[in-house]
Design a protein around this ligand. Structure first.
Ligand code: ATP
Ligand code: MG
Length: 471
């Protein structure tokens, strides 16, 4: 049912409008100042407001501005007995659906009401469509047809809106970080921050201040107050990555936050309570780490409330094809390439490979293939020769070595073994230089594409170009 609010200090005028709306079968309410008018609006219970320009508590224009800011889908029609043309122009510019002079004709009001409601219905519809689209995107980002992935999605959806601590385990590159982000996006905290902390990478000395913040002067170098990651994540999610490699001291501090949800800035005695959802990830077997005395048992039980185990890619071969196609589309667009399908031989190679680097390795292999492929089809030859089938021992020295792979590597390095061997670092300079030059030539000098072909990131390539003196 359509709900209309009449915000007018003049009771007589309120009555006339109320009668008119009742005749039309609208549900309506009344308010005599700005703040009482805003109450039902903030609950999302109003479709349209008929507001007098001289409304106490700031005026109709102020009401209009506040409604536009917080609830733009609620339409506002302004009315005034003394309104000037300038007022009307200003009202329309600020998003009013209409501006009517008082006294008004009955038909005039009803026409304005109909029009405004039509507009607001359209706005609402648009907003709902947008939300539905957001929902799809969120689920689309994490691909998983395999029953084990489907089960994970169900768990994630079930706990998304709670504040339950979630532990994500799995080998490197299986999608732990992606899932943590998806969990945040799905939750009712999505409007809040998502703060990532790599616990393994933080030196002990910085850790406490990084996570909990500090007050000025609490230690040398603390020149001003600083808030920590936990405070920065207020109302949102904190993602503690690589929890398995954290130190004993860190584990004790974390246990305290998990138990009491309060923190203290370094050098401060004041406690601050934090409303934060905690998600943790590790590629270590924490149960084993507990047995080995590397991880506190009490902390393990605290964080192991909901545990999601990301299966390695080789254990969910059903997902390889859809993931490969997803990356193919993405990188073809990103690099402006024509590639849009896989040959049967290429598809078979992808499905049977070992994928020790999991989805991340697949992603890199596809990016490189997209850049290498000359036509629309990605063939076996566009994939690294090192993608050994699961049943065969991996070719070459390392199954993860997706770099180079232009066929020249093994040969060139072997050729340098005549005479006394050089130190490895030295022996590799020339072949490395040649391979990089080859990749650059192949990609017409485009460094971004050359980096993708070589399976390294751009900054690594730039660093190597400089080091090897390649122009
Ligand atoms: N199910 C998936 N669907 C789409 N992309 C994925 C999926 N899983 C992983 N990816 C992509 O693969 C890459 C590696 O994933 P991610 O960084 O989440 O792995 P991880 O388990 O956190 O790795 P690490 O242990 O090294 O931190 C990312 O680019 C991610 O977007
Ligand atoms: Mg990660």
């Amino acid at each position: 049912m359509t709900r209309i609010l009449v915000a007018d200090p003049d009771l007589h005028s309120q009555q006339i409008l109320a009668d008119l709306l009742a005749e039309r079968g609208y549900e309506f309410g009344a308010a005599s100042d700005v703040s009482t008018a805003l109450e039902p609006v903030s609950d999302g219970r109003v479709d349209l407001i008929l507001a007098d320009l001289s409304l106490p508590g700031g005026g109709g224009m102020e009401l209009l501005e506040q409604v536009q800011r917080g609830h733009p889908e609620t339409a506002v029609v302004l009315l005034s007995a003394f309104g000037s043309v300038q007022d009307a122009v200003k009202a329309m510019r600020h998003g009013a659906a209409d501006f009517l002079g008082k006294p008004f004709a009955k038909d005039q009001v009803l026409l304005a009401v109909d029009r405004a409601l039509e507009k607001s219905a359209l706005k609402r519809e648009n907003q709902e469509l947008k939300l539905a689209l957001d929902d799809r995107l969120r689920l689309d980002n994490v691909i998983g047809c395999d029953p084990r992935m489907q089960a994970i999605f169900k768990t994630v959806q079930a706990v998304a809106d709670t504040r339950t601590t979630v532990l994500i385990t799995g080998e490197s590159g299986t999608g732990k970080t992606l899932l943590a982000r998806a969990l945040h996006q799905l939750s009712d905290r999505r409007a809040g921050p998502f703060v990532e902390v790599n616990c393994g990478a933080l030196p002990e000395s910085l850790l406490e201040s990084e996570l909990f913040g500090h007050v000025k002067g609490s230690f040398t170098g603390a020149v001003r107050d600083k808030i920590g990651k936990f405070e920065a994540a207020q109302g949102g999610t904190i993602f503690l990555d690589e929890i398995g490699t954290s130190t004993a001291a860190f584990q004790i501090k974390l246990l305290r936050v998990l138990q009491d949800r309060i923190i203290e800035r370094v050098g401060d005695t004041k406690t601050i309570s934090v409303d934060v959802r905690i998600v943790l990830a590790t590629n270590k077997d924490l149960e084993q780490a507990v047995k080995d005395g590397e991880f506190r048992e009490d902390l393990f039980y605290r964080i192991n409330v909901v545990c999601v185990e990301m299966p390695p890619l080789r254990a969910r071969r059903l997902d390889i094809q859809p993931l490969a196609e997803h990356f193919l589309q993405r990188f073809a667009t990103e690099h402006g390439r024509k590639a849009n399908n896989f040959s049967d031989a290429a598809a078979a190679t992808l499905i049977h490979a070992q994928w020790p680097g999991n989805v991340r390795q697949l992603e890199n292999v596809i990016e490189r293939a997209v850049v290498l492929a000359r036509g629309e089809c990605i063939d076996r030859g566009d994939l690294p020769a090192t993608l050994a089938p699961a049943s065969l021992p991996p070719e070459g020295t390392s199954p993860t070595a997706t770099s180079a792979g232009t066929g020249a590597t093994d040969h060139d390095v072997d050729a340098s073994t005549v005479g006394p061997p050089l130190p490895l670092k030295e022996a590799l300079i020339e072949p490395e230089k040649r391979i990089i030059e080859q990749a650059l030539a192949f990609c017409d000098g485009n460094r971004e594409r050359a980096a993708a072909v070589l399976g390294i990131n751009r900054s690594t390539l730039f660093h190597k170009l400089k080091k090897l003196g390649i122009r």
